[in-house]
Design a binder for this molecule. Structure first.
Ligand code: SF4
Ligand code: FES
Length: 249
C-alpha cells in the first residue's frame, strides 16, 4: 500500500504543534497501525530526522497506552485499540490524519503522546479496596450473585485508554470513572469504602478538569472494550447514595 500520513508534531506542551506530511510505500495490509508507524520512524531516523513519539506497550489491546486520534476518531475506524487496528482497514492511496487525544486534562507531552496521569489520580482517590492479609480465602466462602459477577467483570474490562474522553465533546471522564466505581461497588471486597468512593473519585475527576456528561453516548460507542453507559447510571446512584448517607450522618 502507498499512503500519505498527516501527523501532529509538537515538541512539548509549551510549544505550538503543526501537521507534517509523510509519504509511505510498500506497507503490508497485514501490518498493525503501530507497525506502520515503526516503518515511518525507521524512515525518519534513516533520513536523520526525529521520529514521531507515540505511546505503546503491550500491542495486544490490554494496556491502553496506544492513544492516537485517527481520521477524526479515537483509535480509528474500528472499535479496537490502535495496536489491534490493521492497515487492511484502509485503502491504497489513502491519506490518514493522526492526532493526539484532545482534552485539557490530557496535555500533550510530545507529538502523539499525552499525559494521562489524571486517570491515575482518580484511581488513587478511591479505586482500591481494604482487605485483611493472611491466608487465602476458602473457595466459595464469598458468594456473589451471577449477575453482579458478570456486571463487575464487564466493568473491569476497562483498560484506561482514554478514548472515551477523546470521543466526548465535553472531554468527560464519566465512562472511565464509572467503570472503576461500578466494578468495586458490585463485589463484597469493595464494600468497606463504598460510601466514600464515589464522592472522592468524582471530586478528583472534576479537579482534573474533565467535562460533564451530556449523555451523547460517544464514549461508549468508541470504547474499544464496549464499556456500557449503564455504569454511569450506577455511578450516579452510588454518588447520590453516598451524599444522602453523609447528610443523614
Ligand atoms: S471506558 Fe473504554 S474508552 Fe474509556 S478508558 Fe475505559 S476502555 Fe478506554
Ligand atoms: S499497546 Fe497496549 S493496548 Fe495498544
Amino acid at each position: 500500500m502507498n499512503l500519505t500520513l498527516d501527523v501532529w508534531r509538537q515538541k512539548n506542551r509549551n510549544t505550538e504543534g503543526r501537521f507534517e506530511t509523510y509519504q509511505l510505500s510498500g506497507i503490508s495490509p497485514d501490518m498493525s497501525f503501530l507497525e506502520m508507524f515503526d516503518v515511518l520512524n525507521g524512515q525518519l531516523i534513516d533520513a536523520g530526522k526525529e521520529p514521531v513519539t507515540f505511546d505503546h506497550d503491550c500491542r495486544e489491546g490490554i494496556c491502553g497506552s496506544c492513544a492516537m486520534y485517527i481520521n477524526g476518531r479515537p483509535h480509528g475506524p474500528k472499535q479496537v485499540t490502535t495496536c489491534q487496528l490493521h492497515m487492511r482497514s484502509f485503502s491504497d492511496g489513502d491519506t490518514i490524519v493522526v492526532e493526539p487525544w484532545r482534552a485539557a486534562a490530557f496535555p500533550v507531552l510530545k507529538d502523539l503522546a499525552v499525559d494521562r496521569t489524571a486517570f491515575d489520580r482518580i484511581i488513587s482517590a478511591g479505586g482500591y479496596v481494604s482487605v485483611n492479609t493472611g491466608n487465602a480465602q476458602d473457595a466459595n466462602s464469598l458468594p456473589i450473585p451471577k449477575d453482579h459477577a458478570d456486571d463487575a467483570f464487564m466493568a473491569a474490562a476497562c483498560i484506561g485508554c482514554g478514548a472515551c474522553v477523546a470521543a466526548c465533546k465535553n472531554a468527560s471522564a464519566m465512562l472511565f470513572t464509572s467503570a472503576k466505581i461500578a466494578q468495586l461497588s458490585l463485589l463484597p471486597q469493595g464494600q468497606v469504602e463504598r460510601r466514600v468512593r464515589a464522592e472522592k473519585m468524582v471530586a478528583q475527576m472534576d479537579e482534573e478538569g474533565f467535562g460533564a456528561c451530556t449523555n451523547t453516548g460517544a464514549c461508549s460507542a468508541e470504547c474499544p472494550k464496549g464499556i456500557s453507559m449503564t455504569n454511569i447510571a450506577r455511578m450516579n446512584r452510588e454518588y447520590y447514595g453516598a451524599s444522602l448517607s453523609s447528610t443523614n450522618a
